[in-house]
Design a protein around this ligand. Structure first.
Ligand code: A3P
Length: 290
């Protein structure tokens, strides 16, 4: 498998094939955030694709036609990358729904003086790690790991693209008191898909009847999304994803880390987690398992 080149921006690694310093500098300093924008922000492998689908379905009142005809890249374009993606973002009509993995310190500065809404979706970092480890074997935006142990070390040290999971979540949680910021977890969505969809509707000021909510839930289930080529990333270009032996829609469960971590790896990660998260006074839905 071809390997990946990284460049560093503000101390964080990014793959040169789709990211650039110029784009990051443009986004941070010049990109204009509008008050009616909605941003889906995630650390990679935390449920971005899922959240994009939920938002698209909410916007179309549960009718899946749009989601079956138009790719998720067009419905909810990615802010961060260069190339075609950047063009889609730059040509997007308001109200814009955009996606981003950017750490808060890279985000367009104009967000902080706007009324734009941000939905931040987080996931148990142990499951993020496992999901990213598999993704790294199919994607050219992450270097292929030599071993799970080595990948864990890179993850804990923040050497993977988009940097440290801990810094990412801590950075974005600074917005918790802002009414235009919604914090959701992957685990919450798994445990109460319907209730979480309703919570998102309330945040967006979108009223859907019970039947429409049912449709949003049905069409954003793992099995529906796995079979929808417009969101399962089978349309991603071959220079980004090698889809031959891998499936982006892998397992879609919480707690898969238990199938991968040794006792020692679990203990090591717990120590780092406790240390890095000790100043945060927040209880997470995965806490019993971390
Ligand atoms: P796994 O690799 O653990 O299966 P992202 O979109 O941020 O890259 O996240 C990808 C992860 O979300 C993958 O996790 C993928 O299977 C999971 N996912 C995508 N859609 C989902 C859904 N409808 N329900 C549950 N998990 C989903």
């Amino acid at each position: 498998m071809m390997d990946t080149d990284y460049f560093q921006h503000k101390g964080i690694n990014f793959a040169s094939i789709i990211y650039s310093k110029e784009r990051f500098e443009y986004l941070e300093n010049e990109f204009r955030v509008y008050d009616d924008d909605v941003y889906i922000v995630t650390y990679p492998k935390s449920g971005s694709t899922w959240m994009i689908e939920i938002l698209s379905l909410i916007r179309s009142n549960g009718d899946a036609t749009w989601c079956h005809k138009v790719s998720s890249y067009m419905r909810n374009p990615w802010l961060d990358a260069t190339g075609d993606g950047a063009q889609v973002v730059d040509g997007c009509q308001s109200p814009r729904f955009l996606s981003s993995h950017l750490p808060i310190q890279f985000f367009p500065k104009s967000l902080f003086s706007s009324k734009a809404k941000v939905i931040y979706t987080a996931r148990n970092p142990k499951d993020v790690l496992v999901s990213m480890y598999h993704f790294a074997h199919m994607s050219y935006v992450i270097k292929t790991p030599h071993s799970f142990d080595e990948f864990m070390e890179d993850f804990l040290q923040g050497r993977v693209p988009f940097g440290s999971w801990f810094d990412h979540i801590k950075g974005w949680l600074q917005m918790t008191d802002n009414n235009n910021f919604l914090f959701i977890t992957y685990e919450e969505l798994k445990q109460d898909h319907r209730g979480t969809v309703k919570k998102i509707c309330t945040f967006l000021g979108k009223e859907l009847d019970e039947q429409a909510i049912d449709l949003v839930v049905e069409h954003s289930s793992f099995s529906s999304m796995k079979n929808n080529n417009m969101c399962n990333h089978s349309l991603a270009p071959d220079y980004i994803l090698d889809k031959k032996n891998n499936n982006f829609m892998r397992k879609g469960i919480s707690g898969d880390w238990k199938n991968y971590f040794t006792q020692k790896q679990q203990e090591d990660m717990d120590i780092v987690y406790q240390e890095k998260m000790k100043d945060l006074n927040v209880k997470f839905s995965w806490d019993e398992n971390v």
